[in-house]
Write a protein that binds this ligand. Structure first.
Ligand code: HAM
Length: 410
C-alpha cells in the first residue's frame, strides 16, 4: 500500500475527471459503495476464485460481523441494486480503492484503484458494445495508443458447464504436462487453467478444446451482434479464445484491454464482461448485467511508457512577495483567489531575496511585490517571471486586479 503524492496525485484526480467526462454524457451516474461489506457479498460471487478465496482482507469486527474490504466493486454494485431496486436500465460508474492480498510488484498492489461502469437490466448486445466503446474512448482521451481489445464469449451457464467438463477431461488426460499449480487450479476451476501464465503450461493449453465450439446458438448470436457493433463503430479487437478472466461470474461477452508496453503477466489495463446471474446470486430477481473496471495504476504505468497523459505541473498564476510583515500578502492572495485566479505566497517574513527565490521556484507567471515603499505609496510592483513576458510595472493597489488579469491573459 502506498502514498500517492503530488504531482502523481494530481494526475490521479484528473484521471477520474476524464473518466467521468467520458461516461456521464452516456447516462452513467456515480455510485459510491462502501469499501467494506459483509464478506458474504463477495463470497457468493467468487468462492472458487483466488481473488475471493485467497486474497481477500476478511475479519470479524467488534460487533462480531464477518466483513471484508472489497476486492472489486461489481459485487457491491449488484448488492446495491438488490437493496435499492432502482429502475432499469441502471447505468452506474465508480472510482475508488480495492484490496487484494496479492504479491506486490510493479503494477500489482494490495490497495489499488479502479474506475469502472456497471449496467443492470439490459440484455441487448449493443449495450455490450456501448460499454466496451466507453473504455476504448477513455484510453483514447488519455492519449494511450498501444491498447489492444481482447474479446471472447464464455457462453451461457450450460455452455460453460459443458466446456468445463471437456477441459477437465482434456487436462485430466494430460496431467503430467501441467505445472503443480495448474493441477491444483484444475480441481477447483478448470477454466482458470487457461489463464496460467506459466511457460511449461503453454503447449498443453494451446492444444486445449476451444470454448467457441461449445457456444449455444443464442450465445453465438449475441457474440456475433457484439462483433457487428464493434465493427460498425470501427473499434478494432482480437478474438482471444483463452480469455477467461479472474472472476467467476462472467457469462457470454468478456473482454480485456491489454497494454502494449507492459510485461505480459501484468498487461491487463482493465477488463470486464457480462455477469447475468450475479444479481440473482445476491438475492435479487434475474437481471442481466455488464461492466468493466480499469486499473488506475497500470493504466498510468502504460501512460508513462508511452509518454502520454503526463502529470500536471502545478504553478500559481500569481506569487506574492511581501517584505512588510505579511499582512499585505495575506490580503492580496485572498483578493486574487476570490477573483478566480490561483495565488501563493512566501511565509515567515523572509528576506526579499529568499521570497523572490520562492516565487521563481513556484513557476508562477507573475510576482506581486510589496516592500515598505510600495506599502507607503499604496502601490504594488507586478513583475512577470517567465521569459518573453514584458517588463515589470508599478501599479496602484486599486488597479492591481485589473492589471493582473491583463498580465495573465495570454
Ligand atoms: P479485474 O480483472 O479483477 O476485474 O480487475 C480489473 C483491473 O484492475 C485489472 O485489469 C487491473 O488493471 C486492475 N487490478 C486488479 N488487481 C490489481 C492489483 N492488485 N494491483 C493493481 N491493479 C489491479 C474486476 O475487478 C471486475 N470487477 C471488472 C468488472 C466490472 N467486470 C464486470 N464489471
Amino acid at each position: 500500500m502506498r502514498d500517492i503524492l503530488a504531482p502523481e496525485s494530481g494526475r490521479w484526480r484528473r484521471f477520474v475527471e476524464i473518466f467521468a467526462a467520458v461516461v456521464e454524457p452516456a447516462g452513467y451516474e456515480l455510485i459510491v459503495p462502501p469499501m467494506m461489506e459483509d464478506a458474504g457479498v463477495f463470497k457468493r460471487v467468487g468462492e472458487a476464485t483466488d481473488v475471493v478465496s485467497k486474497e481477500m482482507y476478511e475479519f470479524t469486527d467488534l460487533g462480531g460481523r464477518h466483513v471484508a474490504l472489497r476486492p472489486e466493486q461489481t459485487a457491491s454494485v449488484c448488492r446495491a441494486f438488490v437493496q435499492h431496486r432502482p429502475t432499469t436500465p441502471w447505468k452506474t460508474w465508480y472510482a475508488g480503492p480495492n484490496f487484494r492480498y496479492e504479491k506486490p510488484q510493479r503494477g500489482r498492489y494490495r490497495q489499488f484503484d479502479q474506475v469502472g461502469v456497471e449496467v443492470l437490466g439490459v440484455d441487448d448486445p449493443f449495450l455490450d458494445v456501448e460499454v466496451i466503446a466507453l473504455g476504448w474512448r477513455f484510453y483514447d482521451a488519455l492519449g494511450l495508443r498501444q491498447v489492444t481489445l481482447l474479446l471472447n464469449s464464455l457462453g451461457e451457464p450450460a455452455d460453460r458447464a459443458r466446456y468445463a467438463d471437456a477441459l477437465r477431461a482434456y487436462f485430466g488426460a494430460n496431467l503430467d504436462a501441467l505445472t503443480a499449480e495448474s493441477r491444483e487450479t484444475l480441481d477447483r476451476n478448470p477454466l482458470r487453467v487457461l489463464d496460467s501464465k506459466r511457460a511449461p503450461d503453454a503447449p498443453v493449453i494451446a492444444a486445449a478444446p476451444q470454448l467457441a465450439d461449445f457456444l449455444s446458438k443464442e450465445a453465438a448470436a449475441h457474440f456475433d451482434a457484439v462483433r457487428d457493433g464493434l465493427d460498425a463503430l470501427g473499434i478494432p479487437y482480437r478474438i482471444d479464445p483463452r480469455l477467461v478472466r479472474g472472476l467467476d461470474y462472467y457469462l457470454r461477452t468478456t473482454f480485456e484491454f491489454a497494454g502494449g508496453t507492459l510485461d505480459s503477466a501484468q498487461n491487463a489495463l482493465g477488463g470486464g464482461g457480462r455477469y447475468d446471474g450475479l444479481v440473482e446470486a445476491l438475492g435479487g430477481p434475474p437481471t442481466p448485467g455488464i461492466g468493466f473496471a480499469l486499473g488506475v495504476d497500470r493504466t498510468l504505468l502504460a501512460c508513462d511508457d508511452e509518454g502520454a497523459f503526463t502529470p500536471p505541473v502545478p504553478a500559481p498564476d500569481v506569487f506574492v512577495v511581501d517584505t512588510t510583515g505579511g499582512l499585505e500578502a495575506l490580503a492580496i492572495t485572498e483578493q486574487v483567489r476570490r477573483a478566480g485566479r490561483s495565488a501563493d505566497r512566501a511565509y515567515d517574513n523572509r528576506s526579499m531575496k529568499a521570497q523572490m527565490k520562492a516565487a521563481n521556484r513556484s513557476g508562477a507567471r507573475v510576482a506581486v511585490i510589496i516592500g515598505d515603499d510600495e506599502r507607503a505609496a499604496g502601490t504594488a510592483v507586478v513583475r512577470p517571471l517567465r521569459e518573453g513576458d514584458a517588463g515589470q510595472t508599478v501599479v496602484a493597489r486599486s488597479d492591481l486586479l485589473t492589471h493582473l488579469e491583463a498580465a495573465l491573459t495570454p
